[in-house]
Design a protein around this ligand. Structure first.
Ligand code: ZN
Ligand code: ZN
Length: 89
């Protein structure tokens, strides 16, 4: 079994769980990224199976979408909203 631990000590039980954790630590409540744009899942009119569209216009399937958000929101020093450093260990 693969270990998915964060630099803060958080032990995730899956890659998805770790990505969720990092998102919670890095994404502010207003969804405004360091680039000044809002990034979050735009409302979807269709069934919940198609690709996701970001408010910046980026479209991807769900796994790539999560990575897009993490890439945008992860600060250079990897310090989260709680003041601790978060990165896949
Ligand atoms: Zn975006
Ligand atoms: Zn963490």
């Amino acid at each position: 079994m693969t270990q998915h631990s964060c630099a803060c000590g958080y032990q995730a039980d899956s890659t998805e769980d770790l990505i969720d954790h990092l998102g919670e630590m890095f994404i502010p409540p207003d969804d405004i990224a360091p680039d000044g744009q809002a990034h979050s899942e735009a409302a979807r009119a269709e069934a919940a199976t198609g690709p996701l569209t970001c408010r910046c216009g980026y479209t991807a399937d769900i796994a790539d979408f999560d990575r897009h958000l993490l890439n945008i929101f992860t600060p250079g020093d990897e310090v989260g909203l709680d003041g601790a450093r978060h990165a896949p260990a």
